[in-house]
Design a protein around this ligand. Structure first.
Ligand code: PHE
Length: 456
């Protein structure tokens, strides 16, 4: 039976609040900015198919495991892992899994905030009519001038970090819950508007074809697809675990996980359907890289009727999506500072925010003064800048590794009685989950790792 634990943090006020918050964490830049550009870079259909398989076979079982561990531990991922290891009579070293997560979240947020800053800037740029009648070259040079100016990027990065700190400092109910209850439904509506526009371009079918027609694939692309499944579902670093720790006992974890994963996948596919038709309608390149949505969509916004309004809505949507994810990236660290150092939430949020902001400078400079500073690691990557390196290390290595250990802990280390007590589901569902989390997910992650370094 679960032991009674003293609650340090607040709890979600309802199951809906938890689902909204976790969906808010999952749906972010990953769905709207990253998914389209990595799909474009990695050839489309096959990449999407592998990503979908990873979500179903690895993502959902690990999400169930992560929420379960969080709810049983009731604390930040570091202390949750320590407490659960103790409770199960296992090695205390499992707490380092929590540490890896906190570090991964911190590193991800450092660049996440810079990109979210681009989105913030583009709300105003689109709103000012800057892109009205612009050509592809014009939009391209506007984007290049923008990312080439470290001061501008710094301003928007700072603003976004302040927005994040304010919400996190206000706490679970007043901050996190209020923000997501308002932002998530709005986000769905705004995305649908852009998809409806995409349908009117006459290139909707080409967009679908690109997203769903299989082609060639490389080992590295498979790793990127799997890493993205973790990234987009917010798995492997404790964000979902810490949200699970604010969840009360009487709700079904399995059901919630499926709803969250479906909503996240739907948003990514809708984003693809919103973006690729516009890309093809304007003769643009799907493989344009991190600038894809910023270099391509403004052309469309500059030419379509009501484009200024649709453009402003689109980038606002992106900011909202990023905001509700950013708060979950920093929450594990903030919760830990509150638990172990006795700091107030406000102090903990500000300290973590400033540290993250500082590391973010590296990403800012990657697009301008450090543009040519690159390095390579054999078998892993070639000529990566600071930003690419952080993105690669966190999304493709740290998150899958964290997820692997979460699966191993939930499937092999934790006693069966504990996990079945916590999940409280039917025998059939429990058995299926346990099989996926013990065998399928760990083996899949290991195979993809080996394939990416060319070992198999
Ligand atoms: N899931 C978020 C996105 O898709 C990013 C994220 C990753 C958030 C890991 C929390 C933890 O943008």
């Amino acid at each position: 039976m679960a032991t009674q634990k003293k609650l340090i943090h607040e709890q979600w006020s309802s199951r809906t609040a938890f689902i909204l918050a976790a969906t808010g964490s999952a749906v972010g830049l990953g769905n709207i900015w990253k998914f389209p550009y990595i799909t474009g870079e990695n050839g489309g259909g096959t990449f999407v198919l592998i990503y979908l398989c990873c979500v179903a076979l690895i993502g959902i079982p690990i999400m169930i495991a992560e929420i379960m561990l969080g709810r049983r531990g009731k604390q930040s991922p570091i202390n949750t892992m320590a407490a659960l290891a103790r409770e199960e009579g296992r090695h205390p070293g499992w707490k380092y899994l929590g540490w890896m997560g906190v570090i991964a979240g911190f590193l991800i947020l450092s660049y996440y905030s810079v990109i979210a800053g681009w989105a913030l800037a583009y709300v105003f740029r689109t709103g000012s009519g800057l892109f009205l009648g612009a050509t592809a070259d014009g939009v391209n040079s506007i984007f290049n001038d923008f990312v080439g100016d470290p001061e501008k990027l710094l301003l928007w990065h700072t603003l976004f970090m302040v927005m994040t700190m304010v919400v996190v400092a206000r706490g679970v109910k007043n901050g996190l819950e209020t923000a997501v209850t308002f932002l998530m439904p709005m986000l769905f509506v705004l995305l649908l508007v852009v998809v409806i526009y995409a349908m009117s371009t006459g290139y909707f079918y080409q967009g679908l074809e690109f997203l769903f027609t299989p082609g060639k694939i490389t080992g590295k692309a498979i790793l990127i697809a799997m890493g993205h499944a973790f990234f987009t579902l917010s798995l492997g670093m404790g964000a979902i675990m810490v949200y699970g720790s604010y969840l009360t006992k009487d709700h079904s974890i399995v059901q919630a996980s499926i709803v969250i994963a479906l909503a996240d996948t739907l948003v990514a596919l809708l984003a693809g359907m919103a973006i690729f038709p516009v890309v093809f309608a304007n003769g643009l390149q799907p493989g344009a890289g991190p600038g894809l949505i910023f270099q391509t969509l403004p052309i469309a916004f500059g030419h379509m009727p009501g484009g200024t309004l649709v453009g402003v809505m689109f980038f606002t949507l992106l900011v909202f999506a990023a905001w509700t994810s950013a708060i979950s990236l920093i929450e594990p660290a903030v919760a830990w500072l509150v638990e172990n150092r006795g700091h107030s939430r406000v102090y903990a949020s500000v300290v973590m925010g400033i540290m993250t902001w500082l590391v973010g400078l590296g990403t800012i400079f990657s697009f301008n003064i450090w543009k040519d500073v690159t390095w390579s690691i054999p078998f892993l990557f070639k000529n990566y800048r600071f930003f690419d390196t952080l993105d690669y290390l966190t999304a493709n290595i740290m998150l899958p590794l964290g997820g692997l250990f979460i699966a191993l802990f939930a499937g092999w280390i934790m006693h069966k009685t504990s996990s079945s007590d916590e999940l409280a589901t039917t025998a059939g569902i429990y058995k299926t989950w346990r099989f996926l989390v013990r065998y399928v997910a760990p083996v899949a992650v290991i195979i993809v790792f080996l394939k990416a370094v060319g070992a198999v």
